[in-house]
Design a protein around this ligand. Structure first.
Ligand SMILES: NC(=O)c1ccc[n+]([C@@H]2O[C@H](COP(=O)([O-])OP(=O)(O)OC[C@H]3O[C@@H](n4cnc5c(N)ncnc54)[C@H](O)[C@@H]3O)[C@@H](O)[C@H]2O)c1
Length: 360
C-alpha cells in the first residue's frame, strides 16, 4: 500500500485532498499544527470516505505537530518504517497563505513556508524519501494583464507570500538537479520526483457540505468573504477596487473547485510515482476568468440570496487579472478542471449554510 505524509492536512485543500487519497486506497500520515484549521475536519473526512470506521482508523494516523519540528517529523518517518509501511511520498500543504498579512508578518512567512519546507526536505533526505508534491501558487508570476499565464512566464512575485513560494520552487529545482523553474517539465538528475502545483483560486467545498474553507482569522479569499455576508456575520462585502483595467473595473480571477484541485494532487502523485525522476511545474486553474462583480452575481442567482457590497480601495499585493493557461496540466497530468463556477458558488454556500460558525 502506498504511504504518504500530508502536511497541513486539516486545512482547506489538505482536507479535500485527504478524502480523495483515502478513497484511492492510500495509507496516510496527516500532520497539522491546527494554526488555521480544526481536527474536526479530519474526523469528517474519515466519515465521508468510503471506508468503515475500523478501516479509516487503520489507514489514518493524525499527528498534531509543526512541520518545522525536525525530530517530530523524523519520528513520523521512523514510526511508518516500524509499522512496515514506509512513507514514500509527501504532499506539502502546510504554510501561511494570506497575501496581505505577508507584508506585515514577513518573517513568519519565511519561517513557516521556507523554514518549514527546509526542515521537511532535510527529514526526507535523511529517510531517503525523494517524492514530493508542493502547494505553489499563481502568485509566483509577475502579473500579466492581457493573457493567461503559462509556466514559462517570468517568475517575479509582487508580495512576500509569493516570494516564499517562488523561493521554495527554486529550492526544489536545485535539490532535484534541475536548471530552473521556468519550464513545465524537466528531468531530475538527482533522483527526485517533484511536482510544484501552482494553484490559481481554489474555492467551493465538498458537495456534502461536511468540509469546506474555514479560516480562523479574517478571510483572505473572496468566496469565504461572500459567505460571511450571506450568513449574516458581515453586513456587506468590500470589493477591493473598481478601477482595475478590466471590463467592469473589478479584479478577474481563475476560480477552480477545491475538489478539482484535490484530484489534481492525486493525478500528480500517480504520474510522479509511475515515471522517471523529474520536476513538474503545473498551473492548476480552470482557464476561465470571473470578475468580482460577476462572481457576486452568479452566487446570488445560484443560491437565491442577496450579497450587499460596497466599493473599497485596491488591496496591497493584488493585480487586475490572474488567469491560468492549464494546458500543461492536461498534457502531463491528464488533469483539467471539471466543475463550473456555479458548482463552486453552490458548494461554497452549502458548506457555510450547514456550518454557520465553521467546525466549532
Ligand atoms: N487557498 C488558496 O487560495 C491557495 C492558493 C495557492 C496556494 N495555496 C497554498 O496551498 C496550501 C494549502 O492552502 P489552504 O488554502 O488549504 O490553507 P489552509 O490554511 O486552510 O491550510 C494550511 C494548513 O497548514 C497548517 N499549518 C500552517 N503552518 C503549519 C506548520 N508550521 N506546521 C504544520 N501545519 C501548519 C494549518 O493549520 C492549515 O491546516 C498552502 O501552502 C497555501 O499557501 C493556497
Amino acid at each position: 500500500m502506498k504511504c504518504i505524509l500530508v502536511t497541513g492536512a486539516a486545512g482547506f485543500i489538505g482536507s479535500h485532498t485527504t478524502l480523495v487519497l483515502l478513497n484511492a486506497g492510500y495509507k496516510l500520515y496527516l500532520l497539522d499544527n491546527f494554526s488555521n484549521s480544526s481536527p474536526i475536519a479530519l474526523s469528517r473526512v474519515a466519515k465521508l470516505s468510503s471506508l468503515s470506521k475500523k478501516e479509516a482508523q487503520e489507514r489514518i494516523s493524525i499527528i498534531d505537530g509543526d512541520v518545522r519540528d525536525f525530530s517530530l517529523l523524523d519520528n513520523v518517518f521512523s514510526t511508518s518504517k516500524r509499522n512496515g509501511e514506509r512513507i514514500n511520498s509527501v504532499i506539502h500543504f502546510a504554510g501561511l497563505k494570506a497575501v496581505g498579512e505577508s507584508f506585515e508578518k514577513s518573517l513568519d512567512y519565511w519561517d513557516n513556508n521556507v523554514g518549514g519546507t527546509i526542515t521537511l526536505l532535510k527529514v526526507m533526505v535523511k529517510n531517503s524519501c525523494r517524492n514530493i508534491v508542493f502547494s505553489s501558487s499563481a502568485t509566483v508570476y509577475r502579473p500579466k494583464n492581457e493573457a493567461a499565464l503559462i509556466e514559462t512566464d517570468p517568475i517575479s512575485p509582487i508580495n512576500p507570500y509569493g516570494i516564499t513560494k517562488a523561493t521554495i520552487e527554486k529550492m526544489l529545482a536545485d535539490i532535484g538537479g534541475c536548471q530552473s523553474t521556468a519550464s513545465a517539465q524537466q528531468n531530475s538528475s538527482k533522483g527526485w520526483r517533484i511536482a510544484c502545483l501552482r494553484y490559481f483560486n481554489p474555492a467551493g467545498a465538498h458537495p456534502s457540505g461536511e468540509i469546506g474553507e474555514n479560516p480562523k482569522n479574517i478571510p483572505n479569499n473572496l468566496l469565504p468573504l461572500i459567505n460571511q455576508v450571506g450568513i449574516g456575520r458581515n453586513k456587506s462585502l468590500t470589493v477591493f477596487g473598481n478601477d482595475w483595467p478590466t471590463p467592469d473595473g473589478t479584479g478577474i480571477r481563475d476560480y477552480v473547485h477545491v475538489m478539482d484541485i484535490a484530484e489534481g494532487h492525486k493525478a500528480a502523485l500517480d504520474i510522479l510515482l509511475s515515471s522517471k525522476p523529474q520536476l513538474l511545474i503545473m498551473n492548476l486553474g480552470s482557464g476561465k476568468g470571473t470578475s468580482v462583480l460577476k462572481l457576486i452575481h452568479i452566487f446570488e442567482v445560484t443560491n437565491g440570496i442577496k450579497i450587499p457590497y460596497e466599493i473599497g480601495k485596491r488591496r496591497e499585493g493584488d493585480s487586475a487579472i490572474s488567469l491560468a493557461d492549464p494546458s500543461q496540466a492536461l498534457k502531463y497530468l491528464q488533469w483539467e478542471a471539471k466543475r463550473s463556477i456555479e458548482d463552486i458558488c453552490r458548494d461554497a454556500w452549502n458548506w457555510q449554510y450547514k456550518n454557520p460558525i465553521g467546525y466549532l
